[in-house]
Design a protein around this ligand. Structure first.
Ligand SMILES: *Cc1c(COP(=O)(O)O)cnc(C)c1O
Length: 369
């Protein structure tokens, strides 16, 4: 772990492997594992993460969009890739890059079959998604018969898996709702599977599903945030290791007199003398304005330094009064402390958002290869 001399996002592949093994330890040994690497692997580095997951034995990968899967194939990833939200405009590329579509509506099925026929595909692997309560993507249970009529009158595609997605697996106040989603999924698949030509894999659980509803693991699970070190509950977070650490350095230190202001719009007015450090990271790097004005803090030499005033495009100022530090010192924006979850919670958002928001301007440094 080198000391940062600019803003970097450090990606620790040993932490990823630890998290993978922890999540696997909560599952039956024959349950397959799909690693979700959408959105640059939750803002980190999708190629580095996918290569590591491939090396340590993940059975499947998933991305949201076709372009993300193409980038992985171009980097030499051979593992099967499920595209969670393919759009008809990218079906040609999807097939050219050997990616597997989520088929989530009658229209998407018809569109994909058209492309499959034109290309002369035979038994191309597809995944069927059912809506069991999230109301985002997926067929309804009432569409099973129509769906089977179409599927059983063609040979272009083969259903290799059937899945659904939980809406509130991290929220135990919604246990009844989630149990109902699980029951709905069982009932749909009990009706559907005997009508299909081949037996598909079934999968439902995301990270918090693995933690809270392991009985519903079926044939495979799909984990994203857990791989990156967050379990949506403190007790699980303690057993996981954050993969991403966002580091920067102190560019300049200022001594502010009582009555002076700091930053744009004079949002911070000093009612006592303060020392500030200016850091080379701002909203263009993914630290949105909601983190400003004391909502989030960074760590400098082990001490908390809150953001003062508004976040600028390329900089933030933090309060280092009483902290032993100098220009050039390393700053941890999030990582071990504060964690991305702690950093996010100050601004009433979640680890997923702060992680995926780190912009491509920030250099990724991969360690633990
Ligand atoms: C993003 C996503 C996941 C991963 O969820 P986590 O909470 O990050 O584990 C799983 N399944 C689907 C359909 C998703 O969109």
């Amino acid at each position: 772990m080198a000391k940062a001399d600019e803003t970097i996002l450090e990606i620790d592949l040993l932490a990823l492997e630890h998290n993978y093994r922890f999540l696997k330890s909560r599952l039956n040994h024959d349950t397959k594992f799909l690693g979700v690497v959408k959105a640059f692997a939750y803002g980190s580095d999708s190629v580095a993460i996918a290569k590591k997951l491939e090396a340590i034995g993940a059975d499947y990968l998933a991305v949201a969009y076709v372009s993300e899967g193409m980038a992985l194939r171009e980097a030499g990833i051979k593992t099967r890739i499920l595209v969670l939200h393919p759009l008809p405009v990218s079906f040609e590329n999807l097939v050219a890059y050997n990616l597997e579509p989520n088929i989530y509506s009658p229209k998407i099925l018809a569109n994909f079959l058209e492309v499959a026929k034109t290309k002369g595909l035979k038994q191309y692997p597809v995944h069927l998604k059912f809506n069991t309560g999230l109301n985002r993507l997926g067929f309804g249970g009432n569409q099973i018969n129509d769906l089977c009529d179409v599927l059983n009158n063609q040979n272009e595609v083969e259903v290799v898996s059937v899945f659904s997605h939980l809406a509130a697996s991290e929220d135990l106040n919604e246990r009844e709702f989630t149990e109902n989603q699980i029951a709905t999924f069982r009932s749909i698949t009990n009706t559907l599977v005997p009508k299909l030509k081949q037996e598909p894999m079934l999968h439902l659980l995301n990270t918090s599903g693995i933690i809270n509803y392991a009985d519903a693991q079926f044939d495979m699970v799909r984990s994203g945030i857990g791989l990156y070190g967050f379990g949506n509950e403190a007790i699980i977070d303690q057993q996981l290791k954050p993969v991403a650490t966002l580091k920067t350095v102190i560019s300049q230190i200022h001594t502010i007199k009582e009555g002076q202001s700091i930053g744009y719009n004079r949002a911070y007015k000093a009612d006592e003398p303060v020392i500030t450090a200016t850091l080379p990271i701002g909203h263009a790097d993914g630290i949105g304005r909601q983190y400003g004005n004391g909502k989030a803090y960074v760590t400098i030499n082990g001490k908390k330094a809150p953001i003062v005033g508004n976040v600028c495009m390329d900089m933030i100022m933090v309060n280092v009064t009483g902290i032993d530090c100098e220009e050039g010192d390393e700053v941890v924006v999030f990582g071990a402390s504060p964690t991305a979850e702690q950093f996010a919670s100050g601004a009433k958002t979640i680890s997923y958002e702060v992680l995926t928001g780190i912009s491509q301007r920030v250099t990724r440094v991969v360690i633990g290869n």
